[in-house]
Design a protein around this ligand. Sequence first.
Ligand code: GLY
Length: 399
Amino acid sequence: MNLVPARSRPEMRERTIAIVGAGLIGTGIAYELAKRGASVTVFDRAEPARAASWAGAGMLAPFSEEMPDPAMLALCRASLEAYPEFVAELRERTGLDAQFLRHGTLHVALDERGLHDLVARAAAYAANGGEVSVLDRAQTLEREAAVSRGVAGSVFIANEAQIDNRRLGRALVAGCAALGVRFEHTDEFALETDARRVRGLRSKRGFVAADTVINAAGAWAGAIDGVPLAARVPVFPVAGEMLAIAVPHAFARALIWHGHTYLVPRSDGRLLVGATVLERGFDTRVTAAGLSALLGAALHAAPSLGTFAVVESWAGLRPGSPDQRPFLGATPLEGYFVAAGHYRNGILLTPITARAVADLVLDGRSDVALGAFAVTRTISQRGLTALEALAAAGASANA
Ligand code: GLY
């Protein structure tokens, strides 16, 4: 691992790069660029890593998430494999450990029919690269005693993991700062362009020239002012409500899934329960119906949770994409790049996105296969180009 500050290295590159969005994707890219000697400023309306990056559960679960296609699965698997080194290097550089834990995922079935469905899905998890075992009732309870005594059985995927995304956010911001990345907190900003290329960003504080601008604005990526129509992406918010329960030490170890609800045990004694999936615009309210659905499923899977205190509830906005794949790479506007639309997998895809986008910006190419994620791709499920999907969704550049 080479921790020599990039600025002192002879191959230092003189680039002025602005990143819009200080979430894990934006700070991850900033970190990779700064390691390679670039001059980077990250702009955000909010505190760094406080939107979806803070709200997520940190599940690194490419098999359980049932990816839409092989290209997405391959990208997610590659990012999962990059995680241990990514976190170790950040820890070495900053002293902050984001707690990568590979404790697997346990999908529980509470009746025979559910178990039959789970076992059918297990074959697909295994075919995709999951290290899968089917467990009977006794084996399930032996693995996770918190699960309902009425459990019929389970499917365990050993090679899935979790990260503490809030810690990862703090570590990335610290890593960026150590490498000289600047952070600008600014309320409103717009891209400035000429007929051919990007010129920089204008905010309330004035104009900042940049020869490269990277849109890593998460759920807001489709709504940045000043972006020409041909370079816009059809990214939209998908809300997810969550809650946390304070549980005794060692209550659970694996990620536990029951239907669409997941339980994520954290080392700080909280068990996260998530998440609803709601297309309702930029609305981060936590609703009674959302909490009721999450708690109902959680208590069904692990009834003993009912005796513990709910200590937190919150909602975040996933950056949705029409084909559930992110938009990664250059746009028709010279100097303007996008890294957005990661939907349910932004935390999982942080290491590979950071590396691939830094490659593209600095070298014009990457060894990461990015064809399926091109900004100008056809959105296969709807037979539309990304741009047509944007128009079909009626999105406004100033939403
Ligand atoms: N990655 C899980 C979720 O978005 O709910």
